[in-house]
Every structure is written in structure tokens, then in C-alpha cells.
Design a protein around this ligand. Structure first.
Ligand code: PMP
Length: 344
């Protein structure tokens, strides 16, 4: 009799069920037990695989999508890559309207994954007809059988995490989770995961991570949109200059802000100390954990689950480049030689 071949039918079957990995060094000295949910283990190397697959399959169930139809989104980041990957397997055209600020590498990567990429001028305002928002909207209106993912304003983004990330964490921790720490960009990850976990146990503390230069923390506290909070910052994917409807502020207990510089150093530290090559926002979460710990958030019985959103390979020319770190002035306050020896 022929031996059964143990194989996945395609790459999409590997989405989700990412591991929890105990952190042993980067949280040393803090009270509590710390575990990272490492989303880089998704086949598209980020948590966005979950929402791309879920939103596209929901559209199929609702009869909106047929093979040969088109999926549209406005991102050159993780979501674009995940949509491109799902589109290949399912036979859709993937159209991404991206800003001319996007790096050549990112655009090449998306095109390598079969996406049609429209590069739109970065210097125009969001309501200009040439902005990537409006190009995507127009393409959606003009293309019959198209779906606009619109992740910042799509409730299915939240549902994807309610149905996968939340249950996985509950099961992996045997319900022993006491704290969830996650970045907020669209807010889909933290909102969907927290909504599920709080239904299981309302005492679980949900701690958000925001960036200096973003409005989320202030909005959470005051319900007012404060323009003065907004200024440019480096971390991509964390924080926002608008209020996404995909963020459920009611399931988030608190936000804390982290700096570009500290998050960059911590990202490099995670690689060197834990052997985990993860992205810039993963560094931001550990920086936030340290700040929350300083405020007395955790004790020895705390089981803290920290979401690491993506893989380090997307940041080779940023946080993992010494030149880039130098250009940002991130080495100014440390002795570089000492830092190279000890920390890295
Ligand atoms: N980290 C990275 C690298 C991201 O790309 C994103 C998504 N914008 C996030 C964190 C935040 O996830 P979410 O959009 O689900 O809030």
C-alpha cells in the first residue's frame, strides 16, 4: 500500500495557529511570566494573513467574489502582501494603490507576488483624486466584481481576530492569561482578540501600545480628537492620525505610548537575546511591557501574552541597518562600540 503523503494542499492552510514562545531574556527582572504570540510564523510572515483570508472568504460566502474578480486595498505593508498571497491561491486579481513614499523593495515584493501596484503621489491630500485612497475607491467603483478590503473601516478585520487569534490564545494558555499586550494600528488585532478573551474572562487586562505622534491614547481617554497629538514618527503599523472604526475602544483598558528610539533598540535586543527576528512593532510591545511593569501592572502570577505582529526581514533597511539607526540619531545617546558588544 502506498504511504500517505503528509502535505498541505496550499500555503493558505498554514495561516493561523501561531506559537506562543516564552520570553526568557528581554523581560528579565520583571515580575510575571511573559509569552510572545509570534505572528511571523504565518506563511505571509505577519498577522495580516488572518484578515486577508477571512475577509476574502466572507466575501465569497456572501456571493460577492467569483474566480477572476478583483481585490483592492491601499497598502504597501503587511496587508498588501497577505492579500496578494491569498489572491494567487484563490485566483483573484490583486490591485494595490500605494503611496510613492513606499520603498522600491516593497513595491517589487508585491509585484513578485502577482499584485498590480498603482503608485500614487504621496504629496497630495487624502481628498485629492490622485491620492491612493481615491484611486482605490475609483478602481473599486469601476471594477465589477471587486472587493475593497478597507481594513481601517471594516468590521470583518475585527471578526477575523475574534474568530482566530482570541480562541487560540485562550486555548494555548488554558484560560490562564491575565494580560494581553498588543499594538494598535487599524485596531483589528487588539479589538477582536480582546473582545473574545473578555467574553471568556472580563478580568483580563487589555493593554494597548500607541506611538508618540498618534491620536489613539488621547482619544481613548477623552473621546476627543486632538490634532496636536499628531506629528511624524518612524514606527510603521502602530498608531494612527485618524480614528479607525475597526478599533473597539471599549475592550481596551489602557494605552501607553512608546518612542521610535527605544522601540528600535528593543527590536534589535529581541533578535540578539531571544533569537527571534521580528519587526519594529514587536520591539514596541516589549518597550510597552517594560513601561507597564514600571507602573506596577504585573505581579509574579501574571501571565502576559504579547502579540508580535510580523517578521524582521521587512526591516533590513530600517531598524536592522546601523546606517539607518545612525541617520535617525538613535545611536547618539549610546556608545556604539559598547552597544555592539553588549546589547547586540
Ligand atoms: N504591527 C505592524 C507591523 C502592522 O503592520 C500592523 C498593522 N497596521 C500592526 C502592528 C497593528 O495591527 P492592527 O492593524 O491589527 O491594529
Amino acid at each position: 500500500m502506498k504511504e500517505e503523503i503528509k502535505a498541505y494542499n496550499n500555503v493558505l492552510e498554514l495561516i493561523g495557529n501561531t506559537p506562543l514562545i516564552k520570553l526568557n531574556k528581554v523581560t528579565e527582572g520583571l515580575e510575571g511570566n511573559f509569552y510572545a504570540k509570534v505572528e511571523a510564523f504565518n506563511p505571509g510572515h505577519s498577522t495580516k494573513d488572518r484578515i486577508a483570508l477571512y475577509i476574502i472568504e466572507e466575501a465569497e460566502k456572501r456571493g460577492i467574489l467569483k474566480p477572476g474578480d478583483t481585490i483592492i486595498e491601499t497598502t504597501s505593508g503587511n496587508t498588501g502582501f497577505s492579500i496578494a498571497m491569498v489572491s494567487i491561491i484563490k485566483g483573484y486579481d490583486c490591485v494595490l494603490a500605494v503611496s510613492s513614499k513606499s520603498s522600491r523593495d516593497k513595491i517589487d515584493m508585491l509585484r513578485s507576488m502577482g499584485a498590480k501596484v498603482y503608485v500614487c503621489p504621496a504629496h497630495v491630500s487624502a481628498d485629492d483624486e490622485r491620492s491612493y485612497y481615491n484611486v482605490a475607491k475609483r478602481l473599486h467603483e469601476e471594477t465589477k466584481g471587486s472587493v475593497y478590503i478597507n481594513q481601517y473601516f471594516n468590521e470583518l478585520n475585527v471578526d477575523a481576530h475574534y474568530k482566530s487569534t482570541g480562541p487560540e490564545i485562550w486555548e494555548q494558555t488554558n484560560g490562564k492569561i491575565t494580560h494581553l499586550v498588543a499594538c494598535s494600528g487599524t485596531g483589528g488585532t487588539i479589538s477582536g482578540t480582546a473582545r473574545f478573551l473578555k467574553e471568556k474572562n472580563p478580568n483580563i487586562r487589555v493593554l494597548g501600545v500607541d506611538a508618540y505622534g498618534s491620536v489613539l491614547k488621547k482619544y481613548h481617554e477623552t473621546k476627543e480628537f486632538d490634532n496636536d497629538e499628531i506629528y511624524p514618527y518612524r514606527i510603521e503599523g502602530l498608531g494612527k492620525n485618524l480614528i479607525p472604526t475597526a478599533t473597539d475602544f471599549d475592550v481596551i483598558d489602557e494605552f501607553i505610548k512608546v518612542t521610535d528610539e527605544e522601540s528600535a533598540h528593543v527590536t534589535r535586543e529581541i533578535a540578539k537575546k531571544e533569537g527571534l527576528f521580528v519587526g519594529y512593532t514587536s520591539g514596541a510591545t516589549i518597550q510597552a511591557v517594560r513601561q507597564y511593569a514600571e507602573k506596577g501592572e504585573f505581579d509574579k502570577d501574571s501571565n502576559v501574552i504579547i502579540i508580535f505582529p510580523d517578521h524582521g526581514s521587512r526591516y533590513m533597511s530600517k531598524v536592522f541597518s546601523d546606517d539607518w539607526m545612525n541617520e535617525q540619531g538613535f545611536f547618539d545617546s549610546v556608545n556604539v562600540e559598547e552597544a555592539q558588544k553588549i546589547e547586540f
